[in-house]
Ligand binder design. Structure first.
Ligand code: SF4
Length: 449
């Protein structure tokens, strides 16, 4: 163990020197970072990523190169911390440690942990699971601290806050950023609590990145989140941009808003306001208030797939389309394969959308949770479908989640109204059946040998 921590210290020192070298002349020296990464990535865990980076550097006119330049316009201290935490800690050192634990324990070990500091929110958005959870649940700061300590021992340096509105506890979150300066923290937020004082705190701790939720333009956003929320979110984005702070946007696409959020106008608005990334989530019909009618029709989902991939070739914005990009991560990433979720009551769930569990973090360790029956069912069952456009054991393969929950005796963790897995999966089945032939055709078209 001592040898291991000495090797990690040497790696960290060497990496810091390399990053400082890049900072002196990013455009010229970036390729040297890749040469350096080749040396540290002994297991070739990130070979494909390095190859992609090299291609970007060879094409300065490309949107990806422009995105890289935008990263180098960020506050220097924040950028340096991000590069160190994300590349060195979360990916190189963390990746190697995760791999070792995976081997040793024969279970999944995640790259990131999502957790809900609170179920409280200052808004009441239609269809948000946080609204269902009531306003009384919080993960104590000590509990979050313990989760992070255990996570780091497993190699996890990425922590992502969901909720509730995480910034309802912004003082505690800043304290955790200070305590764990070697980790990167990201928060899904409605943005309405971001102000000048919080921007100054972000500049001081340097390791906190907000992802602001937007449902489209003003009409769509305010109809779900309340009057004035769009303007407040945009004001927060402009404030972050003015302070050279990194941020992105998260969007849930539905049958109602998919055209807006995948339009060129929407992409351009995000770039103009300074967003560096946009994460697109497919609407999930979870909870008693779920509206199956908001699920996209097959042709709508296919159009989303095509539009987002199209803009990936032209717009300086890093996008992830969570239900359509599974091919890049080998299918479903939940159950600790790349991430897990801990709700505000402490229930350890495989995914932020899968509200079933056997374990609670208040009376088990993170490693115990990874070895719990439902997590092991994920471990043994992944990938859930050979067609990566049908990755989910709930949305596209509902019979799989139904069987796993029943076999493992996992209980519903929906805090407002426990949901029987039969009714949840029954709600997903018509969608899965309609999407399957379209997805299979699209997969064949795009993956012909
Ligand atoms: S369980 Fe479904 S929604 Fe969650 S990560 Fe897996 S595929 Fe995605």
């Amino acid at each position: 163990m001592e040898d291991k921590s000495m090797i990690e210290s040497i790696q960290t020192f060497a990496a810091r020197q390399a990053l400082a070298f890049i900072e002196r002349d990013p455009e010229k020296n970036f390729s040297k970072l890749l040469d350096w990464a080749d040396k540290f990535d002994a297991g070739n865990l990130y070979q494909a990523q390095r190859k992609a980076f090299r291609q970007v550097l060879e094409h300065p006119e490309s949107n990806w190169y422009q995105l890289l330049l935008r990263v180098f316009q960020l506050d220097k201290g924040v950028r340096e911390t991000f590069l160190e935490n994300f590349i060195i800690n979360a990916s190189l050192i963390g990746g190697t440690r995760q791999q070792a634990v995976r081997h040793q324990e024969n279970c999944n070990v995640p790259w990131a942990i999502l957790l809900d500091p609170t179920s409280a929110c200052n808004l009441r958005c239609t269809g948000c699971w946080a609204a269902e959870y009531g306003h009384s649940l919080n993960l104590e700061t000590d509990t979050i601290d313990r989760i992070i300590q255990q996570g780091k021992a497993l190699g996890v340096y990425m922590y992502i806050y969901t909720g509730g509105e995480p910034l309802a506890r912004k003082a505690d979150l800043i304290q955790l950023c200070e305590t764990h300066a070697d980790c990167e923290f990201l928060a899904f937020t409605n943005g309405t609590l971001i102000d000048e004082e919080f921007c100054q705190e972000m500049l001081r701790v340097k390791n906190f990145v907000p992802a602001i939720s937007l449902e489209g333009f003003a009409a769509a956003n305010d109809s779900r989140r309340g009057a004035g929320s769009f303007d407040k979110a945009l004001a927060a984005m402009r404030l972050l941009h003015a302070h050279k702070l990194p941020f992105g946007v998260s969007t849930c696409y539905t049958s109602a808003n998919w055209q807006d959020v995948t339009s060129e106008k929407f992409f351009d608005m995000l770039i103009e306001t300074g967003a560096l990334f946009a994460w697109f989530f497919h609407y999930m019909p979870v909870g008693s208030g779920a509206v199956a009618g908001l699920l996209s029709a097959p042709e709508q989902r296919r159009a989303v797939y095509e539009r987002i991939r199209g803009f990936r070739q032209t717009k300086p914005l890093f996008t992830m389309d969570f239900q359509n990009d599974a091919e890049y991560v080998g299918g479903c990433i939940a159950g600790g394969r790349s991430y897990l979720h801990i709700n505000a009551a402490g229930d350890v769930e495989p995914c932020v959308f899968i509200h079933y569990s056997n374990v609670n973090i208040h009376n088990c360790s993170l490693l115990d949770a990874l070895k719990s029956p439902l997590f092991m069912a994920y471990h043994d069952g992944q990938p859930f479908n050979g067609n990566m456009l049908r990755p989910c054991p709930m949305l596209e393969n509902p019979e799989k989640l139904q069987a796993m929950v029943k076999r493992t005796g996992a209980r519903s963790t929906d805090l407002q109204s426990p949901e029987c897995v039969d009714s949840l999966c029954g709600r997903c089945r018509p969608y899965a059946e309609a999407w399957a032939p379209v997805a299979d055709r699209l997969w064949r078209e795009t993956h012909q040998t």
